[in-house]
Design a protein around this ligand. Structure first.
Ligand code: NAD
Length: 476
């Protein structure tokens, strides 16, 4: 049985809190045991981080860049190994992990390596005075992760933190503790000094201690909206900087003039990729009335043809959900939707694939005849459940797409470029995709508005969240 202990100064450290079992979602087997950190372990990690950060923060951006670039190369070189572990952690398909999760982590490392290399300050002249502004690290930063993209979350948070000269402490989700250790090894092999990337294992109780710790300057959370509220409140006492990457209920608006096949495929991918456990997924699919019947029929036909089962198998398109309680929650939502009057067009049941009978699998599920007031349309389900609605015209679509507390992603499918720009401008969302969905290259900021959170991951904007700007004014 693999033991997951916190990684402090390069060494595994057990805490005094009760152990937590780690299950493989595809079989339900216990494959590892977490020995969660306690406050003493956290104190040690923060002290080690602070010490290591002093030297790291004093290095030039160019020196940091070389190490982050080597980490990007290391992630790519060990993609297969990391992806297999990601499957054991999350239950998602190997094909997704190897083509998306690990490469996007490597891309973030490479992007912030280039930012560290090219980072400059600025200078101002005021007659007989000059002033300059420089970017300084915050000190020790922490990332608290969700369970759906553990490698990506670790890299997207560590890369800008380290590029800006900080030390970084990761608390992975207690449901997915495995890959963090391989990411740590890759960073260490790339030349990152001990103490700059440490792991604190455990659940919300050590998460709370991280928020309260006076030695930690910043927290970046990827998680649910309720957790985001708690983390802000818990971080208030120590006035931490906070970035919140939270949930969503994103709309995808499909016009009759869209390329039909592309629109169908986009709607399916935007709902069933990673078994629907993607924060920006477009779970409210608004289809123009005139094509709705044909569109729903095509969705149902292709959803029924999707193979669900062994996440390691090449021909499987949907793996397992993260846990039994989560699977049951998603199944409950299907029951809620039908009770509220939605039509269960396909799916809705648990599956027991041969050889994986105890795994947490579910059919790709499509609810049609949905209304905006239904819970399945208003609340984040975070599973393979698509809600299909119809709309009459552009204004109707925009108004209803925006009628949500969330604002993470949004999509428009149309051949009319003028309309696409008009709608993209009107949608209240951190990210809008036109004629595609969920593409996140590292140079583009990703994050939400409204209750989906604030702050961004990736892109040049993110470095600001991991640094202070210091201004020096000199009278000549
Ligand atoms: P969660 O909010 O339950 O947990 C997230 C992390 O927060 C975990 O590591 C957990 O241990 C920790 N945590 C929980 N309570 C805490 C507390 N009081 N103090 C400190 N830490 C605490 O979320 P989850 O179930 O792991 O992930 C699913 C959620 O994450 C969904 O809502 C999804 O939309 C969201 N998500 C958002 C993004 C994004 O980029 N916006 C990406 C992926 C997932």
């Amino acid at each position: 049985m693999e033991l997951c202990r916190s990684l402090v100064g390069g060494k595994p450290v057990a805490g005094s809190r009760p152990p937590i079992d780690k299950h493989y979602p595809a079989t339900g087997e216990v494959i590892a045991r977490i020995e969660p950190a306690d406050e003493t372990v956290l104190d040690q990690a923060v002290a080690v981080a602070a010490e290591a950060q002093r030297e790291w923060g004093a290095r030039s951006g160019a020196e940091r860049s070389v190490i982050l670039q080597a980490a990007a190369d290391g992630l790519r070189a060990r993609n297969d190994e990391l992806s297999r572990l990601e499957v054991m952690d999350v239950g998602k398909c190997y094909g997704e992990a190897v083509s998306a999760d690990v490469p996007s982590g490597a891309d973030a490392m490479a992007f912030f390596a280039s930012m560290a290399m090219t980072e400059t300050g600025d200078m101002h002249r005021f007659g007989d005075a000059i002033a300059y502004c420089e970017r300084l690290p915050l000190g020790v930063c922490a990332g608290i992760g969700a369970w759906n993209y553990p490698v990506q979350i670790a890299c997207w948070k560590a890369a800008p933190a380290l590029a800006a000269g900080n030390a970084f402490i990761l608390k992975p989700s207690e449901l997915t503790p495995l890959t963090a250790h391989l990411v740590a090894e890759i960073l260490s092999d790339a030349g990152l000094p001990e103490g700059l990337f440490q792991i604190i294992h455990g659940d919300h109780s050590i998460g709370r201690a991280i928020c309260a710790h006076p030695g930690i300057a910043k927290i970046s959370l990827t998680g649910g909206v309720d957790t985001g509220r708690l983390i802000m409140a818990q971080s208030a006492e120590t006035l931490k900087k906070v970035t919140l990457e939270l949930g969503g209920k994103s709309p995808l608006i499909i016009f009759a003039d869209a390329d039909f096949d592309t629109a169908v495929e986009t709607a399916l991918a935007a709902n069933f990729y990673t078994a629907g456990e993607v924060c920006s997924n477009a779970t409210r699919v608004y289809v123009e009335e005139s094509i709705a019947a044909d569109f729903e029929a095509a969705l149902v036909e292709r959803a029924r043809a999707m193979r669900v089962g062994d996440p390691m198998a090449d021909d499987v398109q949907m793996g397992a959900l993260i846990s039994e309680p989560h699977l049951n929650k998603v199944l409950d939502y299907v029951a809620v939707g039908t009770a509220e009057g939605a039509t269960l067009a396909t799916g809705g049941k648990r599956i027991h694939p041969q050889g994986f009978e105890a795994g947490y699998f579910m059919e790709p599920t499509i609810l049609t005849k949905c209304r905006d007031d239904m819970r399945v349309v208003r609340e984040e389900i975070f599973g393979p459940v698509m809600s299909v609605l119809t709309f009459s015209d552009e204004d109707d679509a925009i108004r209803r797409a925006n009628a949500t507390e969330f604002g993470l992603g949004a999509g428009v499918m149309t051949r009319d470029l003028t309309r696409a720009h008009r709608i993209a401008g009107a949608l209240q969302s951190g990210n809008v995709w036109v004629n595609t969905y969920n593409l996140l290259p590292p140079g583009l900021p990703f994050g939400g508005v409204k209750q989906s959170g604030f702050g961004r991951e990736n892109s040049t904007y993110t470095l600001d969240a991991y640094s202070e700007i210091k201004t020096t004014y000199i009278q000549l």
